[in-house]
Design a protein around this ligand. Structure first.
Ligand code: 4AD
Ligand code: MG
Length: 467
């Protein structure tokens, strides 16, 4: 790994350095300072690794006033000699010759002065929580997963497509959207029937933040054949759960010439690749999270990589749930949308491995899904994971113009917002499929964190957009 950086060495590289005795410069934030009147030990972290670098300070050779400024949270630059560490826990340490304090952190008021804060408290100081071990680990893993996603698709020849954030359509037909407007909210222009006149708005029509890049993704897949999107999506559903965000990131591959089987194969291969990548590239951070928060994390990750996912019809899934020896909060019968408790029963109790559920009732799925010949179900696929429930939602798409139009009319979807989407079925339509992986749901799984607010730097949820 290339770890060169201007004016300093990164701690991750120094901790592996074999060149003992040389002069080094390090910069970072003080995690702890301890010692006695002769010698001080400073644990320094620069975010490049979960591990701290130990700085050893001979107190008599430094100005006492400067040393007093070095408290937990202070930012410093230290120069000195890299030596083998005599203490256990670290291979090397730095015998400090010179220290510069960039910024102090008053011990009385710095909120992270002490260790062991609850995750709930840390959410209230989201501006500082990246400085904790836990969030450092989560953010490094988040980065590694984003990188691995691009690598996976790039290596397969998929084209990364940027779909719009502001749209005029409702891709999922769920209606939970944030309006985007420049209209004067105190003085809204009205039509004769008193409804808001969006013709006077910035785009000359009602627009909103996208809930999914899929529809535009399909347009490009009809030319480039294999594409993916990876961007922020927004849902104004009022779900205050540990698995829902109002602003989350989604990865949506869309493939021409794939039917549902190939779609499932890709989803399974993709997610196993990502977990394997985390194992190989984030070992220290995963071990920390395993020891700190979730003792079964590593085991659970390993089991997903090594197991074949179950593939099951919705109808069979419902039969299993109806026979289950467990009382559910929401009763199950054919036709209901499955709740997280049902999904987790199938995955954690019944099969004890990930499940891909297919062929859902058309009434509970989006208009674009390919209709099966039974007239009742569509070729949907949800990938269900332990601890998470739904991690991926996708389907084969309805490529027949007539069948798609019939469904759009049945559901009263306004054609004026959708004509461009339907055009793909008029000109060179092909069988095609795709899915959406919720990036933060993936991170919940990979990090073992229990609440989705703890895997995104600045979560947006109902009543919460402070930072
Ligand atoms: O199942 P969904 O709604 O599917 C779509 O949006 C399709 N257009 C995807 C496609 O076929 N291209 O959402 C996909 C995934 C879910 O499985 C879940 O992981 C995640 O997005 N997700 C959320 N993650 C966090 N907060 C929310 N409010 C989420 N809603 C969905
Ligand atoms: Mg879904």
């Amino acid at each position: 790994m290339q770890m060169q950086t201007p004016g300093r060495e990164k701690i991750v590289a120094l901790l592996q350095s074999k060149e003992i005795g040389r002069d080094v410069t390090v910069k970072g934030w003080v995690r702890t300072k301890r010692g006695n009147k002769n010698i001080a030990f400073i644990a320094l972290n620069d975010g490049s690794t979960i591990h701290n670098l130990q700085l050893v300070v001979d107190v008599a050779s430094f100005d006492a006033e400067i040393l007093k400024l070095i408290t937990t949270g202070a930012a410093i630059c230290a120069k000195g000699k890299l030596v083998e560490s005599t203490g256990n826990g670290q291979p090397v340490e730095v015998q400090v010759a010179n220290i510069e304090v960039y910024g102090t952190a008053d011990a009385e008021t710095y909120p992270l002065q002490k260790k062991g804060h609850s995750l709930e408290f840390l959410r209230e100081i989201a501006h500082l929580r990246p400085r904790t071990n836990t969030f450092g680990a989560v953010l490094r893993i988040r980065h590694a997963m984003a990188f691995a996603i691009h690598k996976y698709f790039n290596d397969k020849g998929f084209v990364y497509v940027h779909t719009p954030i502001i749209t005029g359509s409702d891709a999922e037909g769920a209606g939970a959207m944030f309006t985007v407007t420049t209209l004067d909210l105190e003085n809204l222009p009205r039509k004769d029937d008193k409804s808001v006149n969006f013709a006077e708005d910035f785009f000359g029509k009602h627009t909103n933040l996208t809930v999914s890049g899929q529809l535009e993704g399909e347009l490009t897949a009809m030319a480039l054949s294999e594409i993916y999107t990876f961007g922020p999506t927004f849902r104004a559903e009022n779900s205050n759960t540990p698995r829902h965000l109002a602003e989350f990131w989604m990865i949506e591959p869309e493939m021409a010439f794939y039917e549902i089987k190939e779609n499932m194969d890709l989803a399974e291969d993709f997610i196993k690749y990502l977990v394997r990548y985390a194992f190989e590239n984030c070992a220290d951070d995963l071990k920390f999270l395993n020891d700190m928060w979730d003792k079964e994390l590593l085991e659970r990750l390993q089991s997903v990589v090594n197991t074949e996912f179950v593939r099951l019809d919705y109808t069979e899934g419902v039969e299993i749930l109806m026979k289950a020896d467990q009382k559910f909060e929401f009763p199950v019968s054919w036709g209901v949308d499955l709740q997280s408790e049902h999904e987790r029963y199938l995955v954690e109790k019944h099969f004890k491995k990930p499940v891909i559920l297919t062929n859902y009732p058309k009434e509970i799925k989006a208009f674009y899904m390919k209709q099966n010949d039974d007239g009742k179900t569509v070729r949907a696929m949800d990938v269900l994971f332990p601890k998470i429930g739904e991690i991926i939602g996708g389907s084969q798409r309805e490529e027949s113009y007539d069948k798609l139009m019939a469904r759009i009319e049945e559901l009263n979807i306004p054609l004026k917002d959708m004509w461009w989407y339907i055009d793909t079925r008029r000109f060179g339509t092909v069988p095609h499929s795709g899915f959406g992986l919720g990036f933060e749901r993936l991170l919940l799984f990979v990090t073992g964190m229990a609440n989705i607010r703890d895997v995104i730097p600045f979560p947006r949820t109902p009543n919460n957009a402070e930072f």
